[in-house]
Design a protein around this ligand. Structure first.
Ligand SMILES: CC(C)(COP(=O)(O)OP(=O)(O)OC[C@H]1O[C@@H](n2cnc3c(N)ncnc32)[C@H](O)[C@@H]1OP(=O)(O)O)[C@@H](O)C(=O)NCCC(=O)NCCS
Length: 396
């Protein structure tokens, strides 16, 4: 048997609109699995040569694996999509990078010859399963992570401000404003249309409507409004609702295939996996971790950050994105970074955000045929970073 690593392609990537978590959220009366099912059906509709029997695994990143998100959601989703019993599945937890890790594992399966075609996604219904819900940390967890601030993501962002005071609140607010404006432009010019699968939801009064727009963006934001927001994590802090990603519900999923299978099915691949890196840092400043993760991915690919034409970095907090851009020598408004805006505007339904970054990158590659390499990267609670580098195949 040949042990040569095989090429892995992204064939397609879709997502739900992202809703605000809680009773006013568009998905308050929708279960987590019911966000995933329409995405799987959409992938099959959009790629008619792919038959359910060809999907060899259903890998889903899920942070809070209890209640509706428990019971191996990854296995349940294909059955709930009425695809029968033949598609295996599992749920994966690396908190915010759960979905990106599912993609990374899927890539490894295909590269190693263990599968030819699979789906890898992420889901988080933060309204039904809030962060930390039903968690029971080990009595030594605080001690081994440094202190209690490592448990609170907003506090980890305040810690980055403390440690790197050259990143000011004004810079974080200006970055957040820019993000909202970029997202607004992308939405108004139809950039989300190809990747967003409309979802039918039930309202409070029982009426059913189709939702096809993200609920979180705040295009009306101004520097004055951002400056007035309270700092919920610490009195007189710098981290606010405006320069943090929100609490959200949503799902995203990617169809992965070997080169051989893509050629057999005559599907047009969007991008090729190049390399991955996962790294860990002090959990109290977890937001800096995309830097070492990206370093590993770049080193494995024999590339430098200068070779990367498009950067999709998940913005858990403006301060951590600013830290990473500075370390990479990129300016805060470099047009190759989060061109359509990021999680500060669209929201961050934890494990769903990694595949969301991949969906954005496929869209950006399509409209930038000269771009060759793209980076998808994110930080993770408990002090981790995950990065994947991709090569554009839509270059004709
Ligand atoms: C920061 C956080 C606590 C805010 O939660 P929240 O208070 O429920 O947020 P809201 O959306 O209600 O915003 C709070 C207020 O700020 C306002 N606001 C939020 N974003 C704004 C913006 N961009 N411009 C102007 N006002 C804004 C809201 O209108 C609201 O005002 P109100 O109180 O007058 O209604 C929450 O979003 C959070 O925990 N984020 C981090 C999530 C996280 O840790 N993810 C994992 C990362 S690793």
């Amino acid at each position: 048997m040949s042990r040569r690593s095989r090429e892995v392609f992204v064939i397609d990537a879709v997502r739900t609109p992202f809703g605000r978590a809680g009773e006013k959220g568009i998905f308050w009366r929708t279960r987590a699995e019911d966000l995933c099912v329409p995405l799987v059906k959409a992938l099959l509709d959009r790629n008619p040569t792919v038959k359910p029997s060809m999907i060899e695994d259903s890998l889903w990143g899920v942070t809070n694996q209890v209640k509706e998100q428990g019971g191996t959601l990854g296995r349940m989703v294909p059955m709930l999509a009425d695809l029968g019993w033949e598609i295996p599945g599992c749920s994966i937890d690396r908190m915010c990078a759960g979905g990106l890790t599912a993609i990374g594992f899927g890539v490894s399966y295909i590269a190693s010859g263990m599968a030819d075609c699979l789906i890898a996604g992420g889901i988080e219904h933060m309204g039904h399963l809030p962060m930390g819900f039903m968690r029971d940390p080990h009595p030594r967890a605080e001690e081994v992570m440094g202190d209690s601030s490592a448990f609170n993501m907003g506090m980890t962002a305040e810690n980055i401000h403390d440690k790197f005071p050259e990143i000011t609140k004004e810079m974080a607010d200006a970055y957040a404003l820019d993000c909202q404006q970029k997202a607004d432009k992308a939405i108004k010019t139809g950039k989300m249309k190809d990747m967003v699968v409309p979802i039918e939801v039930e309202l409070e009064d029982g009426a059913r409507i189709i939702v096809d727009k993200d609920q979180q963006p705040r295009p009306e934001t101004s520097m004055e409004a951002l400056a007035k927001l309270r700092t919920p994590f610490r009195e007189n802090g710098r981290v606010t609702a405006g320069n943090s990603a929100g609490l959200n519900d949503g799902a995203s999923v990617v169809l992965l295939m070997s080169r051989e299978k893509a050629e057999e099915l005559k599907v047009v691949p969007k991008m090729r996996w190049v390399s991955s890196g996962v790294a860990s840092v002090d959990p109290r400043i977890m937001g800096i971790a995309p830097v070492p993760a990206t370093e590993k991915a770049l080193a494995r690919a024999g590339l430098s950050i200068l070779d990367i034409d498009i950067v999709e970095i998940n913005e858990a907090f403006a301060v951590q994105a600013l830290y990473c851009l500075d370390k990479w020598g990129l300016s805060v408004n470099d047009p190759k970074v989060n061109k359509w805006g990021g999680s500060l505007a669209y929201g961050h339904p934890l494990a769903a955000s990694g595949p969301r970054l991949v969906a954005f990158l496929t869209g950006l590659f399509k409209e930038n045929p000269k771009a060759r390499y793209g980076l998808t990267t994110m930080c993770v609670g408990r002090g981790q970073g995950y990065a994947i580098i991709w090569e554009n195949l839509l270059t004709n």
